[in-house]
Design a protein around this ligand. Structure first.
Ligand code: PLP
Length: 330
């Protein structure tokens, strides 16, 4: 697909699409594949780099020199923004939720190593943080800088466009390998921008694949409202007339969040262990482990043996170390 927006390249090629043959045999399904967006090459990798290619592309085309974003102190998005902005020759200011940073480990350690300016804001939620980021942008302007604000999770029409492009990458790889469409694709849902991008891409290629989002943060109703909102934002951004039935043309599960967002769940950690021991691949306890657990649970139901399934790995592995203690009990 030809790029319609300026892109600052952060991925040098397609991410691997590989079979999980051992697990497919264990589960007794026709096939299981994985799309490795966890091995995108900057600073431990992850899905946010696909969004950042277009966000930083825009920032650079507008002549900006400081990126302002935020999230929790253990945000993967924050870590990858600093890494990408360093490569683009821009400064990064990180606005963190809450009133303390917590232990310097995992993503926070990497933010420091990468040289971001860190701010503890006392604010909570995506909207609260966005307000703080706007204030910081005014401060940057007073210092003669040109700021570019990226909302929590990098989810804007422009950023999520990266996952429309990712969908087309998957389709190309699949066809090169001579594979028929997957019956189901599972992906973790945080803000919902990643799933929204995939839904738009699938609409464009009219591929008969069921997109299954495993929410790790919000209940089904809110998550669905957000995914639908991001679908509309992407359509506006790329001037696409939206099919009336594209909203909610995916499945969302909210029963795998565990106690709450940001806290590991026993099922998620068990799924991490299972993937690691059968395939040598690492998932994380906040996003991909829970999503993987959700997929395993869904596939354990009857009537799945002919299914051809893909798990879209979105990264997050630094959180394994932050939450090391959660693996000690089992
Ligand atoms: C941010 C993130 C997600 C969720 O992506 P959204 O676009 O916010 O839904 C999933 N997995 C990992 C590891 C992430 O860091």
């Amino acid at each position: 697909m030809k790029d319609v927006f300026p892109r600052f390249p952060l991925l040098s090629g397609d991410t691997p699409l590989t079979p999980l043959a051992n697990l497919a045999a264990e589960l007794g399904i026709a096939s299981l594949w994985i799309k490795r967006d966890d091995v995108t090459e900057l600073a431990c990798g992850g899905n946010k780099l696909r969004k950042l290619e277009y966000l930083l592309g825009q920032a650079r085309s507008e002549g900006c020199d400081v990126v302002i974003t935020g999230g929790s102190p253990q945000s993967n998005h924050a870590r990858l923004t600093v890494a990408a902005a360093n490569k683009a020759g821009m400064e990064t200011w990180l606005c963190f939720a809450g009133d303390r940073l917590g232990k310097v480990q995992g993503n926070l350690l990497l933010d420091q190593l990468l040289g971001a300016q860190l701010f503890v804001t006392g604010a909570y939620g995506s909207d609260g943080l966005l307000e703080v980021m706007r204030k910081k942008a005014l401060e940057a302007k007073r210092q003669g800088k040109k700021p570019y604000i990226i909302p929590v999770g990098g989810s804007t029409g422009r950023g999520d466009y990266g996952y429309v492009v990712a969908w087309h990458e998957l389709e190309r790889q699949r066809q090169q390998l001579g594979l028929p469409p997957f019956d189901e694709i599972y992906v973790a849902v945080g803000t919902g921008g990643t799933l929204a991008g995939l839904v738009i891409g699938r609409g464009q290629t009219q591929t008969p694949t069921r997109l299954c989002g495993i929410s790790v943060w919000q209940g089904k109703e809110r998550a669905e409202r957000d995914v639908n909102r991001f679908i509309r934002h992407i359509c506006e951004e790329i001037n696409l007339t939206m099919d009336a039935d594209i909203e909610s043309s995916y499945v969302l599960f909210d029963q795998y969040i565990g106690r709450k967002y940001g806290t590991p769940s026993p099922a998620g950690n068990e799924a991490i262990r299972r993937l690691a021991r059968s395939e040598g691949i690492l998932a994380d306890p906040i996003y991909t482990g829970k999503a993987f657990a959700g997929m395993l649970d869904q596939l354990a139901k009857v009537g799945n043996k002919d299914k051809r399934v893909l798990f879209w790995h979105t990264g997050g592995t630094p959180a394994l170390f932050t939450h090391a203690a959660s693996f000690e009990l089992v």
